[in-house]
Write a protein that binds this ligand. Structure first.
Ligand code: F0G
Length: 458
């Protein structure tokens, strides 16, 4: 076929769901009722929901069909073996342990191997990863390259690990490091990819210091497509081949099937080490379920198996990466400060740069997020001082960035939805001087962003 410029959605729509339009006064009341925390809104009161790309994607007709093939046997279900074979073909890992979602894999891994006082390095830990390490009284250390901490700076692999810093850690305090993690793509750092070259560097250091290397692989397919687009010598390879190589550089992974599994729920923990796997399975049985279902229904395992096959298809990934970039381009053209380049699953607005008059501990991300909801019924998420500003000792410090993430659910919104989002963000940016900060009225100690109550400052 002739190569046209327009990259279209590589699907047609078989089933639709209406979205609800609201008036500004209704949104004001809803937000007040929610304690000015968009996590607490009724989703029905949101017009375009970019809170997360996790579990919010549209399954394909083939996935819905696969649901009917689900074998609900308690032990040894046929659906488990289909799931295991697909995951093993992709990752090459020996032990495949299903879990109900990514954080269950994290909890089981960390609870079975971490001791208090230990350190787990990563490019950037995601919130649940960090929390599951801190709850074991261990330290979650972020070692992304310096470029990865500067929103406006353009770099092809902003998710890369600072290999010199990792080497220093392993040389000086290696006895306290039980494993090394890398998140692909680096969600907390802007959905930015990690290059194969960098992953090989991590592998070499892990070999030298005899440390297991685990991937937080939630968005492995998006990472693989960035590698194809941006890394020298990778342009001719299939995304699946790149993904297979990525996994084979590691000793194990945690995975949330709610992202690049194209499923609404699910995940897995996978690894080569027999002893760690044994410990993980014992814990799994205690809290998740028998090792051939791990808290999932047989039909979930079928949906994930099919999703993992669809997610590495090239027309899908081309459209996926392009649709995020399209939104980023519109915002940049209008002068809205965003984290550059665009991430694989989201555009991250730079709230700190947009609202210099709101200090980090008055939560510029919340100010921006809430006006976007009031203006246009759009919901995003703060990734900044609320999510990451609270230390385990209870003190508050501003993290490197205050971002508002607009995450795109997979295969859900069309180009006109994206045009609407761009128009709304630009309208809010034009009123930037009017936006005010917030204070926290009440919040729990761990993962406070989910349930905190806020109050607008006068
Ligand atoms: N790791 C990363 C990098 C993630 O982005 C997430 C979830 C998890 C682990 C945990 O997986 O939700 O299945 O338990 N991220 C979602 C988000 C929630 O909105 O980015 P989970």
């Amino acid at each position: 076929m002739k190569h046209y410029q327009t990259i279209i959605e590589p699907f047609r729509i078989k089933s639709v769901e209406a979205i609800k339009f609201t008036h500004r006064e209704e949104r004001e009341a809803a937000l007040r009722e929610a304690g000015y925390n968009v996590f607490r809104l009724h989703a029905e009161d949101v017009l375009i929901d970019l809170l997360t790309d996790s579990g919010t994607g549209a399954m394909s007709a083939a996935q819905w069909g696969a649901l009917m093939q689900g074998d609900e046997s308690y032990a040894g279900s046929r659906s488990f073996y289909r799931f295991r074979d697909v995951v093993q073909d992709l990752t090459g890992f020996r032990h495949i342990i299903p879990t109900h979602q990514g954080r269950a894999a994290e909890r089981i891994l960390f609870h079975s191997v971490l001791k208090p006082g230990q350190i787990v390095p990563n490019n950037n830990h995601f919130d649940t990863t960090r929390a599951n390490i801190e709850v074991e009284e261990a330290e979650a250390l972020d070692l992304v390259i310096p470029e990865g901490r500067v929103p406006a700076l353009v770099h092809p692999f902003k998710g890369n690990v600072d290999l010199a810093a990792l080497e220093r850690l392993l040389a000086e305090r290696g006895d306290r490091v039980p494993l090394v993690m890398v998140t692909v793509t680096n969600n907390s750092g802007g959905g930015q990819p990690v290059s194969l070259e960098n992953l090989r560097g991590v592998r070499a250091l892990c070999d030298r210091y005899r440390k297991p290397f685990f991937l937080d692989a939630c968005r492995f397919a998006e990472n693989s497509y960035f590698v194809k687009l941006r890394e020298a010598g990778q342009g001719q390879r299939k995304p699946k081949e790149i993904a297979q190589e990525t996994f084979r550089l590691a000793d194990g992974c945690t995975f949330s099937a709610k992202k690049d599994g194209l499923a609404n729920i699910g995940g897995f923990l996978a690894m080569n080490d027999d002893e760690w796997a044994e410990r993980a399975r014992n814990l799994l049985i205690l809290t998740e379920g028998f090792p051939t279902y791990g808290g999932l229904a047989g039909y979930d395992l079928e949906a994930i198996a099919r999703g993992l096959e669809e997610v590495v298809e090239e027309p899908y990934l081309r459209y996926r990466i392009r649709s995020i970039e399209y939104l980023a381009e519109k915002l940049l053209a209008a002068g809205v400060p965003i984290l550059r380049p665009a991430g694989g699953h989201a555009v991250y607005l730079d709230a700190r740069a947009l609202l210099p008059h709101v200090p980090p501990l008055q939560y510029p991300g919340i100010a921006l997020l809430n006006s976007l909801y009031l203006e246009a019924g759009i919901r995003g998420v703060e990734i900044g001082s609320v999510m990451f500003g609270l230390r385990p000792d209870g003190s508050e410090v501003a993290p490197a960035m205050d971002l508002v993430r607009l995450a795109m659910p997979r295969r859900v919104y069309t180009q006109s939805h994206v045009d609407y989002v761009a128009e709304a963000v630009i309208a809010v940016a034009q009123q930037r001087e009017r936006l005010r900060g917030y204070r926290i009225v009440s919040a729990p100690k761990l993962l406070r962003h989910f349930t905190a109550h806020f109050e607008p400052l006068a």
